[in-house]
Each structure stands twice: as structure tokens, then as C-alpha cells.
Design a binder for this molecule. Structure first.
Ligand code: FES
Length: 147
């Protein structure tokens, strides 16, 4: 049994400890805002926050999460939209939308560390693969959320 926190709630998964976090979140916790895109760490659609870092949940086993604090898009904000979610709407970032929860989690982690990132810092952080090419709008949304 693997125990850790997801969205500020304790969870216990009775699954193979080598199960990727992505599948525990989606299949056992029904937190389907975390998306499966590639399963190889390239696309970023599965990004969640683990102890303050943006992490690709397809690459982390539940055993590696023991005792840690995981936040998904569902837990990013409690009572109203997170500033990054608000700026994503204001800048109309999503196109197909599939990878956007991962992109938002990545942007929120970036802004927690640096509220005024440069374009180069934004580009370095937003390393997922948005096939729609929404990166210019992501940049604007991140700048807006940081203000
Ligand atoms: Fe994890 Fe693509 S599904 S990076």
C-alpha cells in the first residue's frame, strides 16, 4: 500500500507500487484532468505538482510519491480559479485544450518561484508539446498571471 497526499487529502493506493502516478490519479482517484498524451515524458499533458515542482506524472511511480504532496489541476485552487487559470481564459490560450491542464500546472509552478519570468525563462519552463502551437498565448497568460 502506498500513502501520500493528493490535493490535500491522504490517499492509499492498493496497486503495484510501480504504477505510474498518472494512472493512479486517473483510474483510482478519478482525477481525469491529468491527461495521458505520450507516456514518455515528452508532451507535458500529464504534469502535476509534487512538493512544489512541476513533474510529469507518467514518469513517476506511486512508490516514489510515498509521503509526498501531489496537487493536480483539480486541486490547484480551492474556491475560485487560480490566477493562471484566469489568465488562460483571458488570453484565450487553449485551442484543442488537451495539454492545457499540464501547461497550467507548469506555469503555476514557474510563477510560484518567479513572478516575473523572462521570455527565455518561460520558454525553458514550458517544454511540453502543444501541437496547436499556443506558446505565444501561454507567454502572455503567464505574464498576466504574474502581475
Ligand atoms: Fe506524460 Fe506525455 S503523458 S509527458
Amino acid at each position: 500500500m502506498t500513502k501520500f497526499s493528493v490535493n490535500d487529502r491522504p490517499v492509499e493506493y492498493r496497486m503495484d507500487p510501480e504504477t505510474p502516478l498518472l494512472w493512479a490519479l486517473r483510474d483510482a482517484s478519478n482525477l481525469t484532468g491529468t491527461k495521458y498524451g505520450c507516456g514518455t515524458g515528452d508532451c507535458g499533458a500529464c504534469t502535476v505538482d509534487i512538493d512544489g515542482e512541476a513533474i510529469r506524472s507518467c514518469l513517476v511511480t506511486i512508490a516514489e510519491c510515498e509521503g509526498r504532496f501531489v496537487t493536480t489541476i483539480e486541486g490547484l485552487s480551492r474556491d475560485r480559479s487560480h490566477p493562471v487559470q484566469q489568465s488562460w481564459v483571458a488570453e484565450q490560450v487553449p485551442q484543442c485544450g488537451f495539454c492545457q491542464s499540464g501547461m497550467i500546472m507548469t506555469a503555476a509552478a514557474l510563477l510560484r518561484k518567479n513572478s516575473n519570468p523572462s521570455d527565455a525563462e518561460i520558454d525553458a519552463a514550458m517544454t511540453g508539446i502543444c501541437r496547436c502551437g499556443t506558446y505565444p498565448r501561454m507567454r502572455e497568460a503567464i505574464r498576466r498571471a504574474g502581475r
